[in-house]
Structures are given as C-alpha cells and as structure tokens.
Design a protein around this ligand. Structure first.
Ligand code: NAP
Length: 244
C-alpha cells in the first residue's frame, strides 16, 4: 500500500527532489508551494504523466490558517498522513546590526513557526494512527552557527531543539522525529554566492565538493522508511565533512 507524504516548499530546490523521489518510491505526495505556482503545476503534470500520485496545494506555512487548510486538503485527497517533511525555508545574509525586527520575524516564522504549525496538524492524525514520521530540514549553520546568518542559524538551531523535544514527547505514540542538517547544497538558495565563493566552500569541505538535492532526498527516503525505525531525535549531517 502507498504511504502518504506532505513536503512543504516542495515545488523547487531540495523539496522538489524530495517530492520526486518520494513519488517514485511508492508515496502519494502532497506538494506544498507558496509563491512558485507554475513550478508546482509543472511538477504535478510531469509526475502525473509518469503515473505517480501527486497533488499540489498553495499555503504559506508560516500562517496557521493556511497550514490548517493544507492538512484538510491532505485528508480530503488521501485520508491520512504517514510522513511530514518540513522543508520550506528562507535564508538571509547580513550583519545582525542591519537586520530589522520584521526581517527577524519573517525568518523565524517561515523557518521555525512553520515546523511547529505543520507538525501540530500532522500529529493530530499520526497520534491517533500510533505511527508516523516527521523529518525537519535544519542546516549545518543550526549546529555550528553561521556568521552573517545569525537569524537563519537561530531558526535552524530552533528546529533542532524542537526535533529533540518532540521526539521524546511523541516517541511513546510510535512517531519518529528527526532532523537533517545539510551543508552547502546547490539550489536557488545559493544564487547569491559567486563562483569564487562556491569554490572556496568546496575547498573547505573534506570531500572537496558541494552537495546536490539528491544528497538530501536520499536521506529523507531512509528516514521515512522502516529501515530507520529505531532512529529518533537525531540530527543527521549531510555536508561532505564540512562539520565534523
Ligand atoms: P530554495 O531553492 O530557495 O527553496 C525554498 C523553498 O521553500 C521553496 O520551495 C519555497 O516555496 C519554500 N518556501 C519559502 N517560504 C515559504 C512559505 N512561507 N510557505 C511555503 N513554502 C515556502 O531552497 P532550498 O535550498 O531548496 O532549501 C530547502 C530547505 O533546505 C530550506 O529549509 C533551507 O533552509 C534548507 N537548507 C538548504 C541549504 C542549501 O545550501 N541549499 C543548506 C542547508 C539547509 P515557494 O517558491 O513556492 O514560495
């Protein structure tokens, strides 16, 4: 029987690859998008034509009313949920002294509040099913802290604390909660970096390369599968050795 997954921010970047790989691995996937409507529609068309089961839904996951509608739509389409991938996120670079309170709120709401809101809705179903998996996409900067990315680092560190606390709280209900902390992954999020800066990052990385969205989606497949049934509350780094 097919499992049911929601991927937030699933129409482009890492989330898109996660959505594709889940669909190819026997999941029905509800892909959430916010601004990238045409990308979401194109993804749905491509995957549906190949015979995969995929739905799309627009929701700003930092907003409670949107998140509630997203999960209502999931129940309507698929009746339940087995896997939630909290992937949606935004980055921000700059000195903390230049950051406005509004920018801080936007980063925290998109990256961290969304994880709380979506997990809360998913848990309503997962707890009564006594099974389910939640995977939160954090960042290596949430582990080590990143200069010029203090608010982003704080939001991603918040995800780690959330993951660990929630794993303890819902473990007795048969639910696994883990986080992935990617290193440098080549998506739109890296567009502000010059070629020279990317090369410097490669040189700082023991494996001498940056990562791809596939490097993260393969971990999601593992953490979503029964092969990871004894793993919960963990933060798995996928960073080429950048953080050891
Ligand atoms: P990306 O290419 O910029 O994609 C970001 C995704 O987040 C988009 O699908 C976007 O959807 C979605 N999103 C943003 N705000 C949203 C909102 N309010 N509601 C719903 N969706 C929203 O970035 P990415 O590299 O794939 O990043 C995916 C995740 O990995 C993020 O959490 C990021 O922090 C994390 N990460 C990335 C890297 C990296 O090097 N790339 C490293 C560590 C961690 P729309 O376009 O539809 O708005």
């Amino acid at each position: 029987m097919k499992k049911i997954a929601i991927v937030t921010g699933g129409s482009r970047g890492i989330g898109k690859q996660i959505s594709i790989d889940l669909a190819k691995n026997n999941y029905k996937v509800l892909v959430n998008y916010n601004k990238s409507k045409s990308k979401a529609e194109k993804l749905k068309k491509n995957l549906t034509e190949k015979g995969f089961d995929i739905e799309i839904f627009k929701a700003d996951v930092s907003k409670e009313s949107d998140v509630k509608k997203l999960f209502e739509y999931c129940k309507e389409c698929y009746g339940s949920i087995d896997l939630l991938v909290n992937n949606a996120g935004i980055s921000h670079e700059g000195l903390i002294t230049d950051l406005s309170a509004e920018e801080w709120d936007s980063i925290m709401n998109t990256n961290l509040r969304s994880v709380f809101l979506c997990s809360k809705e998913a848990l309503k179903i997962m707890i009564s099913n006594h099974s389910g998996k939640i995977i939160n996409i954090s960042s290596m900067w949430g582990v080590t802290g990143g200069s010029y990315e203090v608010a982003y680092s704080a939001s991603k560190a918040g995800i780690i604390g959330f993951t660990k606390g929630l794993a303890k709280e819902v473990g007795p209900s048969g639910i696994n909660v883990n986080a992935i902390a990617p290193g440098v992954i080549m998506t739109d999020m890296m567009n502000s970096f010059s070629e020279e800066e990317i090369n410097d990052l490669k040189e700082e990385t023991p494996l001498m390369k940056v990562g791809s969205a596939e490097d993260i989606s393969s971990l999601v497949l593992f953490l979503g599968s029964e092969k990871s049934n004894f793993i919960t509350g963990q933060v798995i780094g996928a960073n080429g050795g950048f953080v050891i």
